[in-house]
Design a protein around this ligand. Structure first.
Ligand code: Q46
Ligand code: ZN
Ligand code: ZN
Length: 339
């Protein structure tokens, strides 16, 4: 297979786009497409401050890489969940984030010194990306498996607690750090798997909140965006590989056997028979959503500020996160450290 742009050997063939590209043209294509999605869906502007939630995996590190290379001021946030799973999962993923940061800082400094490109040398050219680190055991006194073990939430699986905690911490760091926008590395496969789950249960509330851009719910909260939502997982993996980004290959040990992995397998089977079906399913959903298919639901969701942390919640009084830690001593304020 030859690259459509230069005729060299292709490293990837994207059947849904009928497009094969060599390594250099693939890297260029990913950057251009990301920029196109950022503009098309009005995700953020070059003037805004961006926080990228990084897990040490291929998607989030590739996203951080692309945003920085496009000239955006994007800092990282790593949340230490305290998950071991026999593979030292959390520590290893933290190491990957640190390594990535050291590499990209050197790379950006190099490129800035060699170019007069204003995108690579923004007005405050002293700016360099940092990594915020929030270690749950340190700040809240417990790891995710420990919190999960003492609550009924999630029926023995820590994922529901983990999702709740991550959302809260991401919001807090974005708010306290004065970030305009919070980005996550979710790719199309992630989004379509969730969409299938939400559709199977016709959960209109969840369907309404599933989107590549979620505006800030309350003043002081960051908008949430997913710039990679139109890339297939194999494309983000190929990007990391071709760019030489080291990432943690192991999935979180608790992901095993999840319904979203089962949904991914089914969708991949469908994609094999009908290239592009995943992308069409998601884009058609967005169109239906735009047209107000789930709008009726919107009127019924009322949010108040949590008594304790101030984040939006549909519950009266305290939010689910604060209730989770009731009676525990936490050291939440100002505990995100920077690298
Ligand atoms: S990190 Fe957390 Fe995931 Fe692990 S415990 Fe579940 S939710 S699987 S994205
Ligand atoms: Zn080429
Ligand atoms: Zn709260």
């Amino acid at each position: 297979m030859k690259c459509r742009k230069c005729g060299r050997e292709a490293v990837i063939n994207m059947r849904q786009h009928k497009l094969a590209l060599c390594d250099a043209h693939f890297l260029e294509w990913v950057s251009e497409q990301t920029q196109r999605f950022i503009e098309k869906y009005e995700m953020f502007t070059p003037q805004e401050r961006i926080l990228v939630a990084v897990s040490g995996g291929k998607d989030s590190l590739s996203l951080w890489d692309v945003l920085l290379r496009l000239g955006y001021r994007a800092d990282g946030l790593y949340i230490g969940l305290g998950i071991d799973g026999g593979v030292d999962y959390s520590s290893q993923s933290h190491v990957m984030c640190d390594k990535f940061l050291a590499g990209i800082q050197a790379d950006l400094a190099d490129r800035r010194s060699q170019t007069a490109d204003p995108q690579l040398a923004p007005a405050d050219s002293n700016w360099k990306p940092t990594l915020h680190m929030v270690d749950l055991a340190h700040v809240y006194g417990e790891t995710i498996p420990q919190v999960a073990a003492r609550t009924t939430r999630g029926r023995g699986k820590p994922c529901s607690v983990c999702g709740l905690v991550k959302r809260h911490v991401m919001n807090r760091v974005a708010r306290d750090g004065g970030y305009d926008v919070l980005t996550t590395g979710h790719n199309l496969d992630d989004e379509v798997a969730v969409l299938l789950g939400n559709t199977l249960s016709w959960n209109a509330g969840y369907l309404l909140r599933q989107a590549p851009v979620l505006p800030a719910d309350k003043p002081g909260l960051a908008r949430k965006v997913k710039p990679f939502f139109r890339f297939y997982e194999r494309e983000t993996a190929a990007y990391a590989l071709v760019r030489g980004i080291e990432y943690i290959y192991d999935e979180c040990p608790f992901a095993e056997g999840s319904t979203s992995i089962a949904h991914k397998e089914i969708l991949n089977q469908m994609e094999k028979d009908s290239p592009g079906v995943k992308l069409r399913f998601y884009l058609d959903f967005l169109r239906a959503r735009e047209q107000g298919l789930f709008a009726q639901q919107a009127a019924h969701v009322e949010l108040n500020a949590c008594d304790k942390c101030g984040q939006p919640t549909s519950a009266p009084g305290r939010c689910a996160f604060c209730r989770l830690w009731e009676g525990k001593k936490t050291a939440e304020v100002g505990q995100a450290s920077q690298v």
